[in-house]
Design a protein. Structure first.
Length: 254
């Protein structure tokens, strides 16, 4: 992460002349980014890339007040949103720590450029507010989150408009100073009509580990859902996109 210092107080400027007392002012705004290659882009347990590689990247601008804005993107397969081969997420939120708990609320807008190329007027974009709370218990950090997409045309399954609710529990923790981290995820989609639920309420889960060295992170995880074999397949290749699989990743942060 690279910190950008936007301003210094008059006191801090004066202190530069006295090295023993000088202290760098905390940045009001920080900018961070990442770029990652994954062997399969899984969204809530379901492959978005026909179980093939994806290139992903994004950056976040955070203010000391807790406000932040992010842009994140990934390559996807066309069956996700018409003719689009990209997913771009636009995110705005607010985070605040109260005691041992950290709260995070915001809204995420999913944008799929070029999705209407095959069917003119096809509506693929939608927004989804989210909220989470996390806390650390010894070496383990636990987070409970929920995302609710109000009724929209883009996620309609059996109707002209549908909504969707997804909840998750995530656990993570580092193994001492080894650079190794372990994680576990359990999620459930509570709606069975929307496009996001693939026509049923379902559960997804994963376990994984990662190793960080300098700005590089290497990861591997096992991902699965409770979809029965062959229940959810790619319309182009027939691959089972909800089937269990191992996902590897290599990422760099800055």
């Amino acid at each position: 992460m690279r910190n950008i210092i936007l301003g210094m107080s008059a006191f801090a400027l004066a202190a530069v002349a006295t090295p023993a007392l000088a202290e760098e002012a905390a940045p009001a705004v920080t900018v961070s980014g990442s770029a990652t290659v994954v062997s399969d882009y899984r969204f809530r347990g379901i492959s978005q890339t026909d179980k093939r590689f994806a290139v992903q990247g994004g950056f976040t601008v955070s203010h000391e007040s807790g406000l932040y804005a992010s842009v994140w993107g990934s390559s996807i397969d066309e069956y996700v949103a018409g003719a689009s081969d990209q997913e771009i997420d636009l995110i705005a939120g607010y985070t605040k720590t109260v005691g041992a708990a950290t709260f995070d609320v915001g809204v995420l807008y999913y944008y799929y450029p070029g999705a209407e190329a095959i069917v003119p007027g096809y509506n693929s974009d939608f927004f989804e507010p989210y909220a989470s709370v996390k806390g650390t218990f010894g070496p383990v950090t636990a987070k409970v989150s929920a995302a609710y997409a109000p009724k929209q045309h883009a996620i309609a399954g059996l109707h002209t408009k549908d909504d969707n609710l997804y909840g998750a529990l995530d656990l993570s923790g580092s193994v001492g100073d080894t650079g190794v981290s372990l994680s576990a995820h359990l999620g459930h989609n509570f709606m069975d009509d929307s496009f996001l639920s693939a026509g049923k309420d379902y559960t997804d889960w994963s376990v994984g580990d990662s190793y960080t060295w300098n700005h590089l992170t290497f990861g591997v995880s096992y991902v699965d859902t409770n979809f029965s074999k062959g229940a959810l397949t790619s319309p182009f290749t027939g691959r089972d996109i909800a089937k269990a699989g191992v996902v590897g990743s290599i990422g760099v942060s800055f």
